[in-house]
Design a protein around this ligand. Structure first.
Ligand code: NAD
Length: 279
């Protein structure tokens, strides 16, 4: 069965739209774009569009590479203090002269809508409730749950150990009582692990890394990868056409995990808005 991320994301967004209408004040999301990566520009434009569709206040700060660490620091401090802003998102990567981790750590953890601040990451790893859970990992677990896919007791293999996808998704699945293995580029004989997995989450950005002979019959395959081919087509890490005949559930690229990431970002913004307006 093909997991329809677009549909699940649409339902989340529709529900949010109704919830937001009940408030006079609107959730506010600030997005900072300080790189010249074309994909980042597209992602930021999409975040802005979704915010406006939901009736959020959207502030996008776009910078050329003359932006300094000092100016960015000042902006984060201002946004931390701004009562109209509930979520602050720094689109990564930043220009190479900027210190990414220092900037992320400046964000008030209560406004860290991406869930990348060490405070929120630490809470996630500890199994406590972070103010916000990283959007792509959160979206993946929501997709599994939307399709009633059992996580508890399953062998889950996460391929890729980045701070934004692999590591947090491994933590979330472990918190959901899966037995989690975290593989990466130095893993020897990846097939040995994939063959044993009930759930595979692949987040490497390597096209067709996962072939049908690597997947156990009936496994669930979640493809996080987004690779733009020379012909402009987007593909994932998984050889979708062949693996779909072996897997019980599989996400397509595009239309799988991607739409869930943006829906979870919107949900996180709303949840932080509720947190800040709690009496
Ligand atoms: P990254 O480059 O930071 O990390 C990639 C990880 O894959 C590394 O840990 C590396 O060790 C591992 N890896 C690379 N080659 C491997 C191999 N041959 N075998 C096993 N492991 C290997 O990437 P990232 O930021 O985590 O993103 C991964 C992919 O997911 C990219 O294609 C990115 O565009 C995509 N992505 C999608 C979404 C979404 O919303 N769908 C969100 C974030 C990232």
């Amino acid at each position: 069965m093909i997991i329809d991320g677009k549909k699940v994301a649409f339902l989340i967004l529709e529900e949010l739209k109704e919830k937001v209408k009940k408030f006079d004040k609107k959730p506010g999301l600030a997005v900072i774009l300080a790189n010249d990566d074309p994909s980042s520009r597209i992602y930021v434009a999409s975040k802005e569009k979704h915010s406006l569709n939901l009736g959020y206040k959207s502030c996008v700060y776009r910078f050329d590479n003359s932006i300094t660490q000092g100016k960015l620091t000042e902006l984060i401090h201002e946004l931390n203090e701004n009562p109209d802003i509930n979520g602050i998102l720094v689109q990564l990567p930043l220009y190479s002269h900027l210190n990414e981790s220092e900037i992320i750590e400046l964000i008030d953890p209560r406004k860290d809508v991406d869930g990348f601040h060490p405070f929120n990451i630490g809470k996630l790893y500890a199994g406590f409730n972070p103010y916000a859970v990283c959007c792509t990992p959160k979206g993946i677990v929501k997709l599994l749950k939307a399709y009633n896919i059992k996580i508890e007791g399953k062998n889950a293999l996460v391929i890729g150990r980045s701070n934004i996808v692999g590591k947090p998704v491994a933590s979330l699945l472990s918190n959901e009582n899966a037995t989690v293995t975290l593989a990466h580029s130095k893993t020897q004989n990846l097939k040995e692990y994939t063959k044993n997995a009930d759930i595979i989450v692949s987040a490497t950005g390597k096209a067709k890394l996962i072939t049908s002979s690597m997947v156990k019959k009936g496994a669930v395959v979640i493809d996080v990868g987004i690779i733009k081919q020379d012909n402009g087509r987007l593909v994932g890490d998984v050889d979708f056409e062949k693996v779909k005949d072996v897997a019980s559930y599989i996400t397509p690229v595009p239309g799988g995990v991607g739409p869930m990431t943006i829906a979870c970002l919107m949900e996180n913004t709303f949840e932080l808005f509720l947190l800040h307006n709690k009496r």
